[in-house]
Design a protein around this ligand. Structure first.
Ligand code: PLP
Length: 378
């Protein structure tokens, strides 16, 4: 029998979450962001759930090739554009749209030989200071691109640094709007947080959604995978998002501790009274964060309990006090849900586990270890 740990990708939940993004921006087209191998879920595994998107956006040419190999003929956008000249040949061959964020990428385009001009997304650095032309230089870049025979349509793009937080998007949106006011072309601004929160504020104030934020295309990533972009202010269930991934394992041993006994490396947990603990076949080498410690929530047989002590490479230990029927047995050890949905339907949001580790759901999804087998479910 293989080691009892398994990740499950929930096709129907991905479809549902994509629908939530559409509801939040009903007039926009939706890019499903599938960079980083679909946030760790696997591009091939999420394709069925996300094929209702209007396009797929990612960073890596190899990933773009995989999306085409799945039979996708619609738009694919390279979010960082090309890295070297010959990448443009693949863009031509695979019909990829690509971001242009620096002068060097325009230089490459100017020397590229192609019969079919490319659709490009010109990126503005409206304040995040990662990629893009500054507002002062943006229009010159647009003019330069517009003069190239290699370029077809130019779309306008920016990315928010604080869509999930108090600082919000208004400042960057104002910069973007001022610079692009009279430029033609489609616009794309919003990630998950901007897409969901902007719809919420529109609902809360009774105003129609502000078309500036929704614009022509929205770019939800994390929300599609069922994690709240602004946890703990909002949870995934606040946003009516469902887990795209479940990580489950089984109890492979139990121990009865007497008061004062300790658990695991460093003896960081000391039993305050007699306690039954379960040893679970999941550790940091599976992608469960080592930064988690006593108190991190976990489900055993769909009942919420907590982790105890330190995370080991291959195991964690959990408190079985609230789960009296939990135990071990050949092939039928109790089910432990590290994140996602248990067999009884109870959900443990990946964001709660991430929060316990001082990180975000994104990192946990992306960090699912290659040794964990993955199944795709309806
Ligand atoms: C990753 C990414 C997104 C998606 O962000 P989420 O927070 O996951 O919704 C959108 N736009 C760009 C440019 C990105 O790189």
């Amino acid at each position: 029998m293989p080691r009892p740990i398994l990740a499950t990708i929930h096709t129907e939940s991905l479809r549902h979450n994509l629908g939530r993004a559409r509801q939040a921006a009903p007039d926009a087209r939706v890019w499903a962001i599938v960079k980083a191998n679909a946030y760790g879920h696997g591009i091939e595994r999420v394709f069925e759930g996300l094929r209702g998107a209007d396009g797929f956006a990612l960073l890596d040419l190899e990933e773009a090739r995989r999306v085409r190999a799945l039979g996708w003929r619609g738009p694919i956008l390279l979010l960082e554009g090309v890295f070297e000249l010959r990448d443009l040949e693949l863009c031509s061959r695979l019909d990829l749209w690509h971001t242009v964020h620096c002068d060097e990428q325009i230089d490459m385009l100017a020397t590229h030989k192609t019969n079919v001009p490319h659709r490009v997304f010109l990126k503005m650095n409206s304040g995040m200071n990662r990629l893009g032309f500054t507002p002062q230089r943006y229009r010159a870049a647009w003019t330069r691109l517009n003069a190239l025979p290699q370029v077809d349509e130019i779309s306008l793009m920016t990315h928010f640094s604080d869509a999930d937080g108090a600082r919000g998007t208004a400042g960057q949106m104002a910069v973007f709007a001022a610079v692009t006011r009279d430029l033609p072309g489609e616009r794309t601004l919003s990630n998950s947080a901007a897409t969901l929160r902007h719809a919420l504020s529109a609902t809360a104030t009774g105003t129609p959604p502000d078309s500036d934020a929704a614009s022509d295309w929205v770019r939800p990533g994390i929300a599609v995978y069922g994690s709240a972009p602004d946890f703990p202010e909002h949870s995934a269930s606040d946003w009516a998002l469902r887990p795209g991934m479940t990580l489950a394992a089984k109890i492979i041993a139990t121990q009865d501790l007497s008061a004062g006994a300790t658990v695991g490396y460093g003896s960081t947990f000391v039993a305050p009274q007699a306690l039954r603990v379960g040893v679970v076949a999941c550790g940091y080498a599976d992608g469960y964060p080592r930064a988690c410690s006593t108190g991190t929530p976990v489900l055993v047989n769909g009942v919420r309990t907590r982790m105890l002590g330190r995370v080991s490479m291959d195991m964690i230990t959990v408190d079985l006090t609230p789960v009296t029927d939990a135990g071990v047995g050949a092939g039928f050890g109790s089910e432990v849900t590290l994140w996602g949905r248990a067999a009884n339907g109870v959900v443990l949001a990946i964001d709660e586990v991430a929060h316990s580790a001082g990180t975000v759901g994104y990192e946990l999804m992306c960090g699912l270890a290659p040794r964990v087998p993955v199944q795709v479910a309806d």
